[in-house]
Design a protein around this ligand. Structure first.
Ligand SMILES: *Cc1c(COP(=O)(O)O)cnc(C)c1O
Length: 446
């Protein structure tokens, strides 16, 4: 299929002029350790100056291939001129009123678009906030208010954020939680479906989840069940077919709000506006963030009007939420996804990746599984001949890749899943070049 894509200002090629990190990055890194908290850990200390499409240019003039999109944010590619123009135009006219003091149209237009794009054919309302974690927090508050119940369930291996409430819903203790409690009560981690590791069918895994909920929490005590259609930070874990269908039915039968956290999977990432479309599931609430505004801070909770309106006026909101510039950027992004047919582009990336890296399990003994959907892939690294997690190999692969001009992501509860989430406008040639570098990396580790 031929899709019209935009022309890029920076040639879509990897090009190295210095060792990585280069001298200017090294100098910046020295200033950084003297001024920035160590708690903001960094994957690669290569300082970036600009970007275009799937290419990042660092402060030493090196051109690197972006396989991470800043964790699924720059889905439409870096520095789209229409997003820049929309944001600049808005910034020169009005940057803030606070929607809850005096409103403006952009906010309403984004809410209208979200009602149209999220799964489900019913009246939907939205609230706009600044970050994914803030969206999840608001979804918790809204579900509790609507149901009058307190308990919240999140799945094993989930990632929902780093605020006090959301780090509690995030699965692993290290590094997201350790030493930073106390944690709020009535948050439960429940078993999920992880086909490579549990070997269960979707129906079996769902029965296990439901049994855990009924015996540890009580179905009628549960306000909401939070799921990610594909667990991103958890290691690109795609539940077995039928898993979500059974959970959706269980929630409907028991008055539990079914929340799809599509912060990482939404906005063309998986080849659809929302990943739940692939399994035909209609959530009660959906959270959106990362890819919605091309890097400007914006997040949303969208869902059934009667649930979203259960909260008293003033009960949810915030100073910067849905600010005029972020919403202007989001409207441009939504338009670009439609106009440049970026859901189809994500499907092309999936086909190219599958053909290119699908046989890595046969070629590299440390590759246990290659899995993915759209422009979202996970390569689970193991000790050869076993399914034992291999985080040391992941560290080595990432170090090799980043020092050779390719920026992938890490993931997984054991830090053993190489995650690829390039901008969906990445060319097949760039995918091929990046895959060659990753193959050298895997070979050098194996
Ligand atoms: C990134 C992410 C969050 C948190 O978003 P922030 O903007 O970093 O607060 C929550 N849920 C999922 C699924 C995410 O990927």
């Amino acid at each position: 299929m031929v899709v019209m894509t935009r022309a890029f200002q920076i040639p879509q090629q990897r090009q190295l002029k210095t060792e990585l990190p280069g001298p200017r990055s090294i100098a910046l890194q020295q200033r950084r350790v003297a001024s920035v908290s160590r708690g903001a850990g960094t994957l690669a200390n290569i300082y970036m100056e600009r970007g275009d499409g799937a290419i990042l240019v660092d402060v030493d003039g090196n051109q690197l291939i972006d396989l991470g999109s800043g964790i699924g944010v720059n889905t439409i590619g870096h520095a789209h001129p229409d997003v820049a123009a929309a944001a600049a135009e808005q910034a020169s006219r009005l940057t803030h009123t606070l929607f809850t003091v005096t409103p403006y149209e952009n906010y309403v237009r984004v809410a209208e678009k979200l009602a149209e794009l999220t799964p489900g054919d019913f009246e939907k309302h939205s609230i706009l906030v600044n970050s994914g974690a803030e969206a999840v927090e608001n979804a918790v508050k809204i579900a509790r208010k609507y149901t009058g119940r307190r308990a919240i369930a999140a799945l094993d291996h989930a990632f929902h954020g780093r605020t006090n409430l959301t780090m509690t819903m995030t699965y692993r203790p290290w590094p997201e939680r350790a030493g930073m409690g106390p944690f709020p009560g009535e948050i439960y981690s429940v078993p999920t479906s992880y086909p490579y590791r549990d070997g269960l069918s979707g129906a079996e895994a769902a029965a296990r989840t439901i049994d855990y909920i009924t015996t540890h929490i009580g179905a009628t005590e549960l306000a909401a069940l939070f799921v990610e259609p594909v667990q991103g930070d958890g290691g690109v874990v795609i539940p077995a077919p039928g898993y979500f269908e059974a959970l959706r039915e269980f929630c409907t039968e028991n008055g539990i709000v079914f929340v799809a956290d599509e912060i990482q999977t939404g906005m063309a990432r998986t080849g659809a506006w929302y990943a739940m479309e692939h399994v035909g599931i209609v959530p009660d609430l959906v959270t959106t963030a990362k890819g919605i505004a091309g890097g400007f801070p914006l997040a949303a909770v969208t869902g059934r009007a009667e649930i979203m309106d259960a909260v008293q006026p003033g009960g949810i909101g915030g100073t910067f939420g849905g600010n005029p510039v972020s919403t202007a950027a989001a409207l441009a992004v939504l338009d670009i996804i439609e106009r440049e047919n970026l859901n189809a582009e994500a499907q092309r990336v999936e086909a190219t990746l599958r053909a290119r890296i699908g046989n890595w399990t046969e070629r590299f003994p440390i590759v246990g599984e290659v899995r993915g959907i759209g422009a979202m892939f996970g390569i689970e690294l193991v000790h050869p001949g076993t399914r034992e997690q291999n985080p040391e190999a992941l560290t080595a692969v990432i170090r090799y890749a980043t020092s050779h001009g390719v920026i992938p992501l890490d993931s997984g509860s054991w830090d053993s899943v190489l995650r690829l989430m390039p901008p969906v406008v990445i060319s097949d040639e760039l995918i091929d070049d990046a895959a060659s570098v990753l193959e050298e990396a895997l070979a050098s580790v194996g």
